[in-house]
Design a protein around this ligand. Structure first.
Ligand SMILES: Cc1ncc(COP(=O)(O)O)c(C=O)c1O
Length: 533
């Protein structure tokens, strides 16, 4: 055989190997360097991007190929499409002018932690399938427990989200209220309806959990809150007593430390006392507020935690771990294991000798190595660094509160809590026509529309991103601080944008609509433009 033919054959089989295997190491190294630059550039320049797009639904899909490619494409091409289509189609939660929901947790070390997790790509289902992932999970969960001052009677497990955490907590509460439900289910057993109580400000994950657990969303009883949006404990006691008289069985109370709209904090100690006396499971939803319990001057947030059966904390909201990362703590974690442990035959060998197999603590079998990114970020910041950053959020929230107080066209809608500030444009409407009609006065309804339009216009402009919520039926503007890139300057700029936009909305409502105005409801928006000039 001629030498060149042999070489061709060899090259052929080489390229076949590549076709079936992985990227050749040298090429992979090059791509990684390219990606590293991309990540660093993105992070450095994120403040120059529009915060969010102003596309209609489906617009991004139209720019994407309908069919998956037949043949593989180069990484360069894929990355250029990320720049061209994906990045401009995103709301940039890590942008310093992203002031919506709860401030976001992107940081350099957090990104490094995520990147580091990718090549390891293990399944943390049992100790045997990855001892380091299992043991590190136990370690970081314990670090957080100590940081927030929770007693060692509590053991924790990492889930993706608080919604999943609460569902698992309530599954244990359900087993306690109706033993053997794990085995027999709820139906055909002549059981009373099991009831869950939470405030009218609590997160909808309570109902989601009730749906998933077969308890029924109508069995989540919403208890009224007081003028500071905290659960009214007297009403809670009355509702529980009334339910008992009607042969309904109280199963759990969910108290919130940091509600979604205003970050209000329920009187957990009083609620806990009531739960102890009535032998009802107490779950604390500290998804948002839990992280702030690390701040010494916020120690009051931990009041009553010693009475809880379970607590959920979302480090992906306030302890700088990138999404997703939520920890459920259960007093005597073994109770959680008893509800969910089920070892299929093929995994039996994996479960001997282990101190802990995390697959036993929930419905998930396969589990990401989430603990690694938490370990990287928490080691990088240290407790002092985390607390300093949380204090900064509080400082910025206070700064914004002062700015709002100084402008009498706006009013605060709730006591600012942690990094959350709710307020509302009232303009001169305070003295305007408030002719009472059925339901909401006309001037209030108009103000609701105003406030909603302010938020929508700003979000469409791409200059900042805010949220709106309803408090006592009124639409309010809500700002959630927490992004480490957001500075005084960004906040002041955001406040100017709000004032400008409010003035424009108010002016528009006083001028009769012209044709051109009605066609363009986002005057500042440069549609589909990725970067702000
Ligand atoms: C108080 C509270 N609890 C629970 C949740 C649900 O969190 P997750 O998205 O982790 O399920 C939220 C979401 O914002 C929340 O604000």
């Amino acid at each position: 055989m001629r030498a060149d033919t042999m070489q061709e054959r060899q090259q052929g089989s080489e390229s076949k190997r590549n076709q079936f295997g992985d990227t050749p190491p040298e090429e992979f190294r090059k791509q990684l360097h390219e990606l590293a630059d991309w990540v660093a550039d993105f992070r450095e320049q994120i403040g120059d991007l529009r915060v969010g797009p102003n596309d209609r639904p489906g617009a991004i899909r139209e720019r994407l190929p309908r069919r998956a490619p037949e043949d593989g494409e180069s990484f360069e091409k894929i990355l250029s499409d990320v720049d061209r289509i994906i990045v401009p189609g995103m709301v940039h939660w890590s942008h310093p002018m992203f002031l919506g929901y709860f401030g976001w947790t992107s940081t350099g070390p957090g990104i490094l932690g995520e990147i580091l997790t990718a090549p390891l790509n293990v399944n943390a289902m049992t100790w045997r399938t990855c001892p380091a992932a299992t043991e590190l999970e136990t370690v970081v969960v314990d670090w957080l427990r100590k940081w927030v001052g929770l007693s060692d009677e509590f053991g924790g497990v990492i889930y993706d989200t608080a919604s999943v955490g609460i569902m698992h907590a309530l599954a244990v509460a359900r087993e306690q209220a109706a033993p053997a439900t794990r085995k027999l289910g709820l139906t055909g057993r002549n059981l009373p309806r099991l009831r869950i109580y939470t405030s009218d400000q609590a997160h909808s994950s309570a109902e989601k959990a009730a749906i998933a657990l077969g308890l029924g969303e109508e069995n989540v009883v919403r208890i009224p809150s007081d003028d500071q949006f905290r659960m009214d404990v007297t009403s809670l006691g009355q509702k529980i007593a009334e339910d008992r008289r009607n042969n309904l069985q109280p199963m759990a109370v969910i108290a919130t430390v940091g509600t979604t709209s205003t970050a209000s904090v329920d009187p957990v100690a009083d609620i806990g006392q009531l739960c102890r006396e009535a032998k009802i499971w107490l779950h604390i939803d500290a998804a948002y507020g839990g992280g702030f319990a690390m701040v010494p001057e916020y120690e009051r947030l931990r009041k009553g935690w010693e009475l809880a059966d379970s607590i959920v904390i979302n480090p992906h909201k306030t302890v700088f771990v990138p999404l997703d990362f939520s920890v459920l703590y259960v007093r005597d974690l073994e109770r959680l294991r008893r509800v969910f442990s089920l070892v299929p035959e093929y995994l039996r060998g994996d479960t001997v000798e282990a101190e802990k197999n995390y697959m036993d603590y929930g419905i998930q079998l396969g589990r990401r190595f989430r603990a690694l990114k938490a370990w990287v970020i928490w080691r990088s910041l240290g407790r002092v660094g985390v607390v300093a950053r949380l204090r900064e959020q509080i400082r910025l929230a206070n700064l914004l509160t002062d700015l709002i107080r100084k402008d009498n066209r706006f009013e605060l809608s709730a006591q600012p809590g942690m990094g959350v500030v709710c307020f509302r444009w009232v303009g001169s409407a305070r003295c305007a026509d408030r002719t009472p009609q059925r339901g909401v006065p006309a001037s209030d309804r108009k103000l609701d529309q105003f406030n909603s339009e302010i938020v929508e216009r700003i979000n469409a402009s791409g200059r900042a991103y805010l949220t709106q919520t309803k408090l006592r039926g009124r639409t309010v503007i809500r700002i959630g601080l927490g992004n480490v890139l957001t500075t005084d300057e960004h906040l002041r700029k955001g406040w100017e944008i709000i004032r400008e936009t409010a003035a424009a909305v108010s002016e528009k409502s006083q001028t009769p609509k012209t044709k051109s105005q009605s066609n363009s409801n986002q005057p500042n928006a440069k549609r589909n433009k990725a970067r702000l000039s």
